[in-house]
Design a protein around this ligand. Structure first.
Ligand code: FE2
Length: 314
């Protein structure tokens, strides 16, 4: 592939006024901003000499995610593909995180730790697919942090506030450490952290909660490295902004002689460029989707996707 670049990116993020994300409100937000965002995007592209007629394909996230939000954006994407008379490419959101990380860091064949509000997975490429080596059995890490933060009276998003409190801790509180095989579970741990607030300071609880959650993630990532024999770790997803998680992964990788990669922040959390970039890889590999079969799948698994754009033996 010749030079690839992000020409224009326009973002409009839904932020709940109170509590966590309300799926219907989030979908209404998407519906309200789809047209203005596309308008601004095309206007920005035009300042770089790119006209709508230059667009070869339209990529959108087919899943996983909140059904109402996925459907809203899928509708806008179909409309755009039809009006431009170009093919549609339906991408898997998790794989988009991986591919943008492979593009934006030197990682080529990594074990990936993908941690966000709704998702927590350890993935790696093997024999034509991104395999899920371990994943959450209930909620994502971000949701576990948010749920606890809400109980502690902290505003959404809770992760950065928990991280800030944890830096001032002076003690450690024992909590459940829930790794089952290669999978992990966070909802009981989140409840235990909320309960611990009755007998320990918020600083100590935030610190202990982080240490438990991140140690679980790092343990499974390390075992995936050992199992696959790979020597790179790539961190993806919004929770990857947490410096303590990065530090723990860095120490583990150092001990194993593996390289640890983190993309710059704008390509780490959810972003339009990652969807467009995976769309480009798939489009170049000849993968497009007819409008009539472009339904979304809120439970779309990364290991359901044939990764035909990777052609070298691994
Ligand atoms: Fe994500």
């Amino acid at each position: 592939m010749d030079e690839v670049d992000v020409i224009a990116e326009v973002t409009e993020t839904y932020r709940p006024k109170t509590g966590g994300i309300h799926p219907r409100e989030a979908a209404q937000h998407h519906a309200m901003f789809a047209a203005p965002v596309l308008g601004d995007l095309l206007a920005e592209a035009r300042t770089h000499g790119i006209e709508p007629a230059d667009i070869d394909a339209v990529a959108f996230s087919q899943g996983p995610g909140l059904g109402a939000c996925l459907r809203t954006v899928a509708t806008a994407s179909r409309m755009m593909a039809l009006s431009l008379d170009v093919p549609l490419v339906g991408v898997n959101h998790c794989i988009a995180h991986i591919e943008v990380g492979r593009w934006k860091t030197p990682a080529s064949d990594p074990v990936v730790l993908y941690v966000s509000g709704a998702n927590s997975q350890v993935l790696a490429y093997r024999a034509g697919r991104y395999r899920v080596f371990g994943e959450t059995l209930d909620i994502g890490v971000g949701n576990a942090l948010d749920k606890f933060a809400r109980n502690a009276g902290l505003k959404h998003p809770g992760g950065p506030k928990v991280e800030a409190y944890a830096r001032d801790a002076t003690g450690y509180v024992e909590m459940p450490y829930v790794v089952k095989g290669m999978d992990f579970s966070f909802s009981g741990l989140s409840t235990a952290a909320s309960d611990a607030l009755a007998k320990a300071s918020i600083e100590d609880v935030c610190y202990s909660f982080q240490e438990h959650v991140f140690a679980m993630l790092v343990e499974v990532t390390e075992r995936a490295l050992a199992h696959t024999g790979k020597d790179e770790v790539l961190l993806a997803g919004g929770v990857g902004a947490n410096m303590r998680l990065r530090e723990m992964l860095d120490i583990m990788c150092d001990d194993r002689g593996a390289s640890f990669y983190v993309p710059e922040r704008r390509f780490m959390g959810d972003n339009g460029s990652m969807i467009a970039y995976l769309g480009l890889l798939m489009f170049n590999a000849g993968i497009t989707i007819p409008i009539e079969s472009s339904h979304v799948n809120p439970n779309f698994r990364p290991d359901d996707v044939d990764v035909t754009w990777i052609t070298d033996e691994r």
